[in-house]
Design a protein around this ligand. Sequence first.
Ligand SMILES: C[S@@+](CC[C@H](N)C(=O)[O-])C[C@H]1O[C@@H](n2cnc3c(N)ncnc32)[C@H](O)[C@@H]1O
Length: 281
Amino acid sequence: MNTTSKTPITSNYIELLKKVLIDHRNIGEFEYYPLPIENANWKTAFLYPVDKLLRKRNFIIAKRKPVIHEERMNGYDWPAQALTMIGYNRLTNIEQCIHAIIQDKVEGDLIEAGVWRGGAALFMRAMLKELSVTNRKVWLADSFRGLPKPDAVNYKADKWNRLNRLKILNVGMDEVKHNFEKYDLLDDQVKFLPGWFKDTLPEAPIEKLSLIRLDADMYESTWQALENLYPKLYPGGFVIVDDYYAFKNCKQAVDEFREKAGITEPTIDIDLEAIYWRKAK
Ligand SMILES: C[S@@+](CC[C@H](N)C(=O)[O-])C[C@H]1O[C@@H](n2cnc3c(N)ncnc32)[C@H](O)[C@@H]1O
């Protein structure tokens, strides 16, 4: 971790919270069953009624493969119940960034652009609570209805992107608020920005940011988030990009934005999918 400060030892609460958020029903177990087929991907969705009928008659054509615990711990799958897709290392990265921000007095709020069920943003709020920070907010920017249809005219890289068709990525704001409530973390330090980034982010009443976490999969979404949020990042603040190695178009948006904005701070790999960098002081 490229921070100037030594990271303090985490509390039992934060350590347990990370494990619960990754896989809240199956903590400690070694495998579980992944999403039902209708949510698995758009190509297989049409097979669902057939699969259901055959199963009812005890005729199982294909056994569902259990997801191994390790895969979930690393955040390389889309979990059925967990509140976040990201795994242990990416939660620990958020934890370490927040420790560094507080210790080094980097000013500004925290934001996640692309929250899904809210687990990673919830973890940011939990960290502020843990460190008794009352003067910073956690912003949650999301359509709360999934990804946008690709806009191939303005964002060519998204031309073949079909993530907007995946039902599993539509999570409503009420569900996310409810998730925060369950963990006693819904309060006035948590702010919601519902709508498409292109509409909400340019107008967002955010003054300064110390942490920007991008997890919105597409070129368009990644670009719009960087364009509107990066100028608000305080020196010493962090940018985390969840999908850098997962989606080529996301990587392209980040690389092109960094070049255009003259960003030379090196990126650091968190795991096989995510990266972060720290803005120079
Ligand atoms: C992969 S999920 C985020 C995962 C989440 N960070 C977690 O911890 O599990 C992507 C999210 O980005 C949102 N999203 C993507 N592009 C968007 C856009 N242009 N405007 C608003 N929301 C967007 C989707 O609605 C979805 O909730």
